[in-house]
Design a protein around this ligand. Structure first.
Ligand SMILES: Cc1cc2nc3c(=O)[nH]c(=O)nc-3n(C[C@H](O)[C@H](O)[C@H](O)COP(=O)(O)OP(=O)(O)OC[C@H]3O[C@@H](n4cnc5c(N)ncnc54)[C@H](O)[C@@H]3O)c2cc1C
Ligand SMILES: NC(=O)c1ccc[n+]([C@@H]2O[C@H](COP(=O)([O-])OP(=O)(O)OC[C@H]3O[C@@H](n4cnc5c(N)ncnc54)[C@H](OP(=O)(O)O)[C@@H]3O)[C@@H](O)[C@H]2O)c1
Length: 309
């Protein structure tokens, strides 16, 4: 494609600008995107879409892509949960309601099993001022709507799965939530904890907030991997929360690696829920009296799930 054709495609397809971008490590970004038409009304926990054209360059070191003829003019779109830096530069939990940008927390997928990753290798070329596509619709049922002011709230994630939790955490802290709040995030390496310093500062400021991080591939964790599931089964989670996991007054939010979450399949023969093995958090909590919330089936529950893949 000629530079003029690319310029025309960009101008036709893009409706947003990168307001700022930071890279906690070379495979992780915190990007703020300003849509031309203003930020649509939304609730913490929801997601939007970001997109870039097939014609855009990809960062080196990613699985090669074979473009089919005709693909080069297509726009690649993916869903992204809206994240939030819970503290501002002044060290306060800010009023983010009037902001003209949204924050996203994205990991670079270098290799994928089914097909080469299309969007993230292109997103990691973005810099401040770059143009991109942002979907106008902000959607999702993964919100704090069912939480009462005195309920305990647990945010359990792997990797960038903490994105929607950070925005919901901001909402709880801003509203003076009275129940206990605990965030736990499991990552490969310490450097993958893009919001670590903010979480640590929040635990100093808010007595009802607890933060736990787990790393699985540091030399110190070799041979003794602890996953989110292990935190629950060992009792460590309740210990750090300082309370029991009582289904009557606890909401659990799960986001990230599907194996950590463990969504059951419904058997076509018996209609029973068949959990993947080894157990994910849903199975462990179901055995302790929790129930999955399923908006699509109008089933209310206290385990809330966002499925990234
Ligand atoms: C509702 C929703 C919200 C999402 N929010 C986020 C978010 O806030 N941040 C984010 O980084 N991603 C998020 N994702 C995933 C995102 O949509 C893309 O799939 C991802 O960025 C990879 O895009 P890709 O085109 O490069 O590769 P794809 O072809 O989309 O994915 C290839 C493979 O990469 C792996 N993968 C995808 N996403 C992740 C991830 N986040 N962490 C680890 N491995 C992953 C999976 O194995 C997947 O099959 C979300 C997905 C959904 C459905
Ligand atoms: N993070 C990096 O340093 C890095 C570097 C280069 C590329 N990438 C790319 O980034 C993508 C995402 O990586 P990511 O690290 O953010 O996400 P991820 O692969 O989903 O891993 C996040 C965390 O989930 C853990 N996990 C894996 N299986 C689990 C299970 N059954 N139950 C509970 N927890 C489980 C992982 O532990 P394990 O250690 O056991 O996997 C890790 O601590 C990958 O596709 C990769 O290509 C990441």
């Amino acid at each position: 494609m000629t530079p003029d054709e690319i310029a025309e495609l960009r101008s036709k397809s893009y409706n947003a600008t990168v307001a700022s971008i930071a890279f906690p490590n070379e495979d992780l970004m915190i990007v703020r995107v300003r849509p031309d038409g203003g930020v649509q009304p939304h609730r913490p926990g929801q997601y939007s879409t970001l997109g870039l054209g097939q014609w855009e360059p990809r960062v080196p070191g990613c699985q090669e892509e074979v473009q089919k003829p005709g693909d080069e003019k297509k726009l690649i779109r993916r869903a992204y949960s809206i994240s939030c830096s819970m503290l501002d530069e002044a060290g306060t939990v800010p009023d983010r309601s009037g902001q003209d940008w949204l924050e996203f927390y994205i990991v670079l997928v270098r290799h994928a099993e089914k097909a080469p990753p299309a969007l993230t290798p292109r997103l990691f070329v973005l810099r401040e001022g770059s143009r991109l596509f942002m979907g106008e619709k902000i959607a999702g049922h993964y919100t704090l709507d069912p939480v009462k002011p005195t309920d305990n709230v647990l945010f359990l994630s792997t990797g960038t799965g903490e994105a929607p939790h950070n925005y919901m955490l901001w909402q709880l802290l801003r509203s003076g939530h009275q129940g206990k709040i605990l965030s736990a995030c499991c990552v490969r390496y310490q450097r993958d904890l893009g919001y670590l310093a903010i979480h640590q500062e929040l635990t100093r400021r808010f007595p009802n907030y607890t933060y736990l991080s787990l790393t699985t591939r540091e030399a110190t964790s070799a041979g003794q991997k602890v996953y989110i599931q292990d935190l629950i089964t060992s009792g460590q989670l309740e210990g750090r929360l300082g309370d029991t996991l009582d289904p009557a007054r606890t909401h659990v939010y799960l986001c990230g690696n599907p194996k950590m979450i463990g969504v059951p399949e419904i058997s076509k023969i018996t209609g029973d829920a068949v959990f993947p093995q080894p157990p994910g958090v849903i199975e462990i909590l179901t055995q302790r009296g929790f129930q999955r919330d399923q908006a699509s089936l109008k089933l209310k529950g206290n385990i809330h799930v966002e499925e990234y893949w």
